[in-house]
Design a binder for this molecule. Structure first.
Ligand SMILES: [Zn+2]
Ligand SMILES: [Zn+2]
Length: 272
């Protein structure tokens, strides 16, 4: 696949883009930016697919269940049904991965008042493992969402890596862990991606310097976390150029070099 830039984790499938979705995607394609829209539940996953279907090239989908969604499914007894439905969606040719899925232990008690937190973690893990199974069965990469859960996430990935080896692969999106954790992800077949946050938060500089460029992908996670100079506004895929520019600046290389290596990385992970 040939492109200038790629936003490997966008949510143009969300309602924030209902008013001007086509223009947003046109702005991206005008600048040579490919877009991967990521689902967080069945509904948004379906929307990601239907948007991708409208474009011959340059717009793709990843389908999955976000850890924030899992307790509702559990309460309604929909876990198995939803995973089965997800597996069917994931077979679509425009679907290039499974996610965003993983564990999110950030403010767990605030998001789950009056719920046994161990139970919440258990259900998150169950649905995460279910999605890893789907990825392995369909031979597609994972799009991981982990927050305050890197240790446990890696433990689970190593379980699967031990059995399936290099068949297990994917990307840890919105990475905010340590260099050791990044290396652990890389050693079991994962890349690491960064958002617009790196344009304003200094704490990413050493991390980005120390992670080899061959293991890095670019993303926006739009509509969230717009990069400088768009902070506080709605982010959109074309902003991924600023993320790549920042990665190049931190690494002391040209934008072209950063761009071309990320293109290789993405092709290897998602379009091989
Ligand atoms: Zn996420
Ligand atoms: Zn996301």
């Amino acid at each position: 696949m040939k492109f200038q830039y790629i936003d490997t984790h966008a949510h143009v499938n969300f309602s924030e883009f209902d008013e001007d979705r086509e223009e947003v995607l046109k702005r991206a394609s005008d600048e040579g930016v490919f877009v991967v829209n990521v689902g967080t539940d069945i509904e948004s996953s379906k929307r990601a697919i239907s948007i991708a279907e409208e474009y011959q090239e340059g717009v793709y989908a990843i389908v999955g269940i976000h850890p924030h969604e899992v307790m509702n499914l559990e309460r309604e007894g929909l876990v198995d049904k939803t995973l089965a439905e997800l597996k069917e969606l994931a077979k679509h040719p425009k679907v290039i991965g499974i996610g965003e899925c993983g564990l999110d232990f950030f403010k767990l008690s605030e998001y789950n008042p009056e719920t046994d937190l161990e139970k919440v973690k258990e259900i998150q893990e169950k649905i995460f493992r279910g999605q890893i199974d789907i990825a392995l069965t369909l031979d597609k990469p994972l799009m991981l969402h982990c927050r305050e859960s890197y240790g446990k996430t890696l433990e689970i990935l190593y379980d699967f890596f031990g059995v399936h080896g290099v068949k297990l692969r994917g990307n840890a999106h919105f990475f905010a862990g340590s260099l050791e954790q990044a290396k652990a992800f890389i050693s079991c077949g994962f890349t690491i991606s960064f958002t617009g946050v790196i344009t304003f938060a200094k704490d990413y500089e050493t991390l980005i310097k120390d992670i080899p460029l061959q293991n890095i992908l670019s993303e926006t996670d739009c509509p969230y976390v717009a990069p400088v100079p768009f902070r506080g506004k709605r982010a959109e895929p074309v902003h991924v150029k600023l993320v790549v520019q920042k990665i190049a600046e931190i690494k002391g290389i040209s934008i072209k070099e950063a761009r071309e290596q990320i293109e290789k990385n993405v092709n290897q992970m998602f379009f091989a």
